[in-house]
Design a protein around this ligand. Structure first.
Ligand code: ADP
Ligand code: ADP
Length: 234
């Protein structure tokens, strides 16, 4: 389960109704598969994520999960079934464990048990390796400088805690150096297993494991197919 579909979606931002970002755009991502979206800067890739998270709704057309219009789904259900890892992870001034626990189903009331579970997941996936003061490191503490890669791994552990069916990765490795990109990529691959994944990518190296690649341009998907096939066309 976790089939994701954009059906004839048209959208313009409320502040710029004259500028259509998506026009009659359709894209189908079968449950449990990995779809990468590429396209020029400004073609609307991040907008797809905003629409899925319902920061905005389409002007026309629908977005469905397993056939249900996401506007009809309970917002809490949606939040707990969609995990996101973005370019700049948002971390709070609390311990790493607590930061991870903000991915818990009801993160307004993070319990000691959830923090314990967060710690278990982080340990199982070796997410805490390379953190100087271990798991209790306070993220906002002076003198504790987390690298971009460490922050990203915390964000991944947070997404993992929800065990989401659907995962949105928006340029999750693009701000990192090569070594961190490798570590984060490794963590991401484990996170992606068995889930429906939408990857927004600039670098082709980050989409090698995608089952399919969609090219977004001129307000719609202009091409969709397997990686090798598309590369051959370009
Ligand atoms: P991409 O991720 O492909 O670079 P985006 O989805 O970020 O593209 O942006 C698509 C277009 O929408 C761009 O022209 C961008 O300037 C515009 N845009 C993005 N966010 C907003 C917003 N909140 N309000 C108005 N326009 C926006
Ligand atoms: P539950 O049904 O309560 O989610 P599970 O038996 O599925 O329990 O999982 C046992 C433990 O493993 C829980 O702490 C859960 O959070 C964690 N877990 C479950 N699925 C995953 C996953 N895909 N990746 C990492 N940890 C997971």
């Amino acid at each position: 389960k976790g089939q994701l579909e954009f059906q004839n979606v048209s959208f313009a931002y409320p502040t710029r109704k004259d500028a259509l970002i998506l026009q009659d755009m359709s894209l189908s991502i079968p449950a449990g598969t990995v779809m990468a979206v590429v396209g020029p800067s400004g073609s609307g890739k991040s907008t797809l994520v905003s629409l899925l998270l319902r920061l905005y709704d389409p002007d026309t057309g629908v977005i469905t999960i397993d056939g249900h219009d996401i506007r009809d789904l309970n917002p809490y259900w949606l939040r707990n079934h969609i995990g996101t890892v973005s370019q700049e992870p948002v971390l709070f001034s609390c311990s790493i464990a607590e930061n991870i626990a903000y991915g818990a189903p009801d993160s307004n009331t993070v319990t000691a048990q959830e923090i314990h579970r967060a710690a278990q997941i982080a340990n199982a996936y070796q997410f805490v390796q390379g953190f100087p003061k271990g798991f209790d490191t306070v993220v906002g503490e002076k003198g504790v400088l987390l690298s971009g890669g460490q922050k990203q791994r915390i964000a991944i552990a947070r997404a993992l805690l929800k065990n989401p069916k659907i995962l949105l990765l928006d340029e999750a490795t693009s701000a990192l150096d090569t070594e961190n990109e490798f570590l984060v990529q490794e963590a991401l691959e484990r996170l992606m297993e068995g889930r429906t994944v939408l990857i927004i990518a600039h670098r082709l190296s980050t989409i090698q494991n995608a089952d399919a690649v969609a090219v977004l341009d001129e307000q719609r998907v202009v091409e969709c197919g397997q990686h090798a096939q598309l590369l051959g066309n370009r």
